[in-house]
Write a protein that binds this ligand. Structure first.
Ligand code: ZN
Length: 283
């Protein structure tokens, strides 16, 4: 699929966020919860064009977990069935409390998400204290994990600038997140303003964008059109259309592929993604 699309100019990386820590089978039965389901869903998404997978793990009852053993099994399964795919763990705030959130970094995934400030979520404060951020940063460094910095709010770009100026990370990826209820909405003027700041502060750094719920496809479009990369998946959005649940993560990846083609981008292979993001090549 990827090679057939390589007629146009610039590659676009598709990241699939397969599970998250909120959605349940009751919301959409296609959300993969068990490790086996997660591996199968990732493989389908990989075959559809995703070259990065963003991972959370769950307990058997669907509640979020930070169990390192589960992360290990998922990590090994994805490596086996999706050779070369970039594996990104979440250190997000719903999967555990405090330092529990970073314990899985010792498994040394290619990448992991890192929030650099707090914001409001639909039903709680997404709390990232300076102390916890500093501890997580040390764990990223100790394990040589490349961070994907999550931008939920404009202040997070300035926080990242502080980190950048201190030369704490040699390499990182940026993700703009819009459309979380009670946080920054999907507003095009704000999106463009974010991008101007990002290009000003970090001209050599690659970026992607995620839209939540009904904003997913809109943000996919904005990112593809503006030269960024795409995040999709059931973590962020469970619907293919207003009244139609997405039957799989792969169905959302296929939608992202269509958006790439429409915007004169081709879908990045795993090797290209590793090259673009300056990640280690997998043999
Ligand atoms: Zn996540």
């Amino acid at each position: 699929m990827r090679n057939n699309l390589k007629s146009s100019r610039k590659p676009c990386i598709i990241c699939v966020a397969i599970t998250g820590s909120v959605g349940q089978k009751a919301n959409n039965p296609s959300i993969p919860i068990s490790i086996q389901e997660q591996i199968e869903s990732t493989q389908e998404s990989f075959e559809a064009g995703a070259s990065i997978v963003h991972c959370h793990v769950r307990n058997n009852d669907g509640s979020p977990s930070s169990d390192i053993e589960k992360f290990f099994l998922l990590f090994e399964g994805i490596k086996k069935f999706c050779p070369g795919m970039v594996i990104q763990f979440s250190t997000g705030g719903r999967s555990g409390k405090g330092e529990e959130r970073g314990k899985m970094l010792s498994l040394k995934p290619d990448m992991a998400s890192l929030s650099v400030g707090s914001t409001n979520f639909p039903d709680r404060v997404y709390e990232n204290s300076p102390q916890l951020i500093n501890w997580l940063i040390r764990e990223f460094q100790r394990n040589s994990v490349i961070p994907e910095i999550e931008i939920f709010d404009m202040s997070h770009i300035f926080q990242l600038k502080n980190i950048f100026d201190q030369k704490i990370f040699e390499n990182f990826y940026i993700q703009i997140v819009m459309g979380v209820k009670n946080s920054m909405p999907a507003n095009k003027k704000v999106f463009d303003f974010y991008l101007n700041l990002i290009k000003d502060f970090f001209p050599k750094i690659q970026w992607c964008a995620a839209g939540i719920g009904k904003d997913q496809f809109k943000i996919n479009e904005w990112a593809a059109l503006s030269g960024g990369h795409i995040r999709t998946g059931l973590e962020d959005n469970i619907r293919l259309e207003k009244d139609l649940l997405a039957p799989s993560n792969a169905s959302l990846v296929k939608k992202a592929v269509e958006i790439c083609i429409k915007n004169n981008r081709y879908v990045s292979s795993c090797d290209e993604t590793r090259e673009i993001l300056c990640l280690k090549k997998k043999v």
